[in-house]
Design a protein around this ligand. Structure first.
Ligand SMILES: [Zn+2]
Length: 166
């Protein structure tokens, strides 16, 4: 399973050093922080803080609580995160990658491909068949494309990722 440190590494890869700093700061507080507080305490510009928080929230790494300021129409947003939330977001992200890779693998395994030897355009069997196995750009005869290496690579990658989320 993942550690908080794993999650922070991924956060830095995805959202940069500033994203990581914001998450580290939010991990230390219990009641969350407003965008202004985060900007003041980290020195990161308000607009950048806002953009990073929205991006990270879309991926589930942070979230916010909304409260009304008295009777006014203004809302107060306090952003927060915690260890469980970070790990869950990371888990989901990897699950999503596994799903995409699996679909890609199924596609590679179920279709044969053809390639133009001149301009390297790739065709599925159906596309090649429709064009009498000739390239639509240069009319060269297409050759069958061997995708066994891609399949092997995808299988290895999936195996590694599955271990992560097992
Ligand atoms: Zn061609």
């Amino acid at each position: 399973m993942f550690t908080e440190a794993d999650a922070l590494k991924v956060v830095e890869k995805l959202y940069g050093f500033d994203g990581k700093r914001i998450v580290e700061m939010l991990l230390k507080v219990n009641s969350g922080k407003t965008i202004d507080e985060i900007a003041q305490e980290t020195g990161i510009r308000v607009n950048d803080v806002r953009r990073l928080l929205y991006e990270m929230a879309q991926d589930g790494f942070v979230s916010y609580l909304r409260s009304q300021k008295g009777e006014s129409l203004w809302y107060n947003y306090r952003w927060y995160t915690n260890s469980t939330m970070l790990k869950t977001a990371l888990y989901r992200r990897i699950e999503n990658i596994v799903r995409i890779l699996r679909e890609r693998l199924e596609y590679e395994m179920s279709t044969s491909f053809y390639v133009c030897p001149i301009d390297s355009t790739i065709y599925t069997f159906e596309e090649a068949f429709e064009n009498n196995f000739q390239c639509i750009h240069c009319q060269s005869d297409l050759i069958e494309f061997d995708n066994r290496q891609i399949i092997t690579y995808l299988k290895e990658l999936l195996e590694k990722l599955r271990k992560f989320i097992a």
